[in-house]
Design a protein around this ligand. Structure first.
Ligand SMILES: [Zn+2]
Length: 198
């Protein structure tokens, strides 16, 4: 018969196995080769199911990223699905929808700020019209896109000058790092350091 101690051992091992897929630092996020629900095999479970499981079993460290995955996967129709077996309980759904809305708002703000920045050399003004479609694709991340702020790539090759391109890459990278830092807050969770100790 398994003892309480053995159950704790098993739980600890499962949590360790989850860590690369539900990272707790931005550097782990960037280097992980298998993120989110992929860790559970093929076909991966719906992110709503994983989120619900983690909330129910208080897998605190994995919650921010589990919420994030549920928010970015296949758009809001996925998060707020009415399919009974995938639907989130109302309290979890409410938190997730609020976080999703805030993340998208911040993403749009960031995209506008970066893509429409003033060029220090007044060079880009000459080039941007030719690349207008690409710029606006980048600036207007419709809510249904299957990605979030952390997955955004830059738009190199769209006619920005070297200075602007450099600033763009730096600011995007910093914005991602900042977003990661406050990711728990989007979902009304304590900061990463606190979650690690729960
Ligand atoms: Zn420029």
């Amino acid at each position: 018969m398994a003892t309480k101690y053995q159950f704790q051992e098993i739980r600890s091992q499962i949590l360790l196995d989850l860590l690369p897929a539900y990272p707790t630092s931005f550097s782990e996020y960037k280097t992980s080769s298998r993120l989110g629900e992929m860790v559970f095999g093929t076909p991966p479970p719906h992110p709503n199911l994983v989120l619900n499981l983690f909330v129910t079993h208080k897998v605190a460290f994995a919650l921010p990223f589990a919420y994030y995955r549920a928010c970015i996967t296949s758009g809001p129709a996925s998060l707020a699905t009415t399919t009974e077996e995938l639907a989130l309980p109302p309290d979890i759904l409410k938190v997730a929808l609020r976080g999703q809305a805030q993340l998208k708002m911040d993403e749009v703000k960031l995209a506008k700020r970066l893509a429409l920045q003033d060029c220090p050399g007044l060079m880009c003004f000459l080039h941007i019209p030719a690349h207008r479609a690409k710029v606006f694709d980048w600036v207007l991340p419709v809510v249904s896109t299957q990605s979030g702020i952390l997955e955004r790539g830059d738009f190199s090759g769209t006619g920005y000058c070297v200075q602007c391109s450099q600033r763009f890459v730096q600011e995007l990278s910093k914005a991602k790092e900042d977003t990661w830092k406050k990711l728990p807050l989007y979902f009304s969770l304590p900061l990463w350091e606190t979650l690690a100790g729960l």
